[in-house]
Design a protein. Structure first.
Length: 66
């Protein structure tokens, strides 16, 4: 099992759909990062997945989550 597959199985949290308003340049950068991650990691990354990683990083830096 790939490390990425193992990681996916560790976190089976239910996702909720929300609406987020972002600037056009932010959306383009998220799309670019999703493409880069997809190529480097060999599995598809969506803008939603990249956004969750970014939000998680932000909340970690604020000390809200570990």
């Amino acid at each position: 099992m790939k490390e990425s597959e193992a990681h996916a199985h560790e976190h089976t949290e239910k996702l909720r759909k929300i609406t987020v308003n972002l600037e056009e340049d932010q959306i383009e950068l998220l799309r670019e990062i999703a493409r880069e991650y997809s190529e480097k990691l060999g599995q598809r990354w969506s803008v939603s997945a990249v956004t969750r990683v970014a939000v998680g990083d932000f909340l970690t830096k604020l000390g809200k989550i570990a």
